[in-house]
Ligand binder design. Structure first.
Ligand code: PGA
Length: 234
């Protein structure tokens, strides 16, 4: 695992946006694995800005989102469908028919494989070490499946996105598994802000997979970059 630190989340996001734009330019059919949450918002802003300035052509790009809540109508403001439309898809010329989300009654892993796999997977990380909604206890060989959110994740997401009301946060989601994530050719994990300091420290000390810290699985992948800002980095 390679670690790169930037002074600010803004600078870090611009760096990652540049890498994504470069991939779009060199491989117009590339596919991205995408994350939601507060962390990638600046990255998506930078991609939207690039599109405005340079009309980078996203028309053949495929995207696969990591996860989606269950039991929220798809037009609910807190679904990841709405999040992606709001922060990225409405800002670039992507073909919405090529933007995929995990769904019930669908073999998402087969779909990803059959469409050529993921070239670059963007990840955030939870304060409990989750990637996607792979909470502690997720198996290394897990694929896309229905998952129960931990109380910690429900509390964090309530505070960030549901006005602090844990009753409003769905208790289940459908998430790519650890094994699904590790199949990407390249992985970039973003960790910004004070609240991620402990997990960045843990990531630096990882030597093997620890089922209680799902992001530790990244140690098994040959091309992972952890991008932090000063606040998340000691
Ligand atoms: P955050 O969430 O970007 O809102 O911190 C990350 C995650 O839970 O994976």
């Amino acid at each position: 695992m390679q670690f790169i630190n930037f002074k600010t989340a803004q600078a870090a996001s611009e760096y990652v946006a540049k890498q994504m734009v470069q991939l779009v330019k060199t491989n117009p059919n590339a596919s991205f694995g995408l994350a939601t949450g507060s962390t990638p918002i600046l990255l998506y802003e930078a991609l939207a800005k690039d599109y405005q300035a340079n009309q980078t052509n996203w028309s053949q790009i495929k995207t696969f989102n990591l996860d989606e809540y269950l039991n929220l109508p798809l037009d609910h403001p807190q679904t990841y469908h709405v999040f992606m439309n709001q922060h990225l898809f409405s800002k670039i010329n992507i073909n919405l028919d090529q933007t995929y989300f995990p769904q019930l009654d669908q073999n998402y892993d087969y779909l990803i494989d059959s469409l050529g796999g993921i070239d670059l997977q963007i990840l955030g990380i939870g304060t409990n070490g989750h990637i996607g909604f792979n909470e502690p206890g997720s198996a290394l060989d897990s694929l896309t499946r229905v998952v129960d959110l931990t109380q910690e994740t429900i509390n964090v997401n309530a505070n960030k996105f549901f006005d602090g009301n844990t009753d409003l946060v769905p208790k289940q989601a459908i998430s790519m598994g650890i094994s699904s994530i590790l199949k990407a050719k390249k992985i970039i994990l973003l960790a910004f802000g004070q609240s991620k300091k402990a997990v960045v420290k843990t990531l630096k000390s990882i030597t093997k997979f620890d089922i209680n810290f799902p992001a530790s699985a990244l140690i098994l992948h040959p091309d992972v970059t952890i991008i932090s800002d000063d606040e998340a980095n000691e």
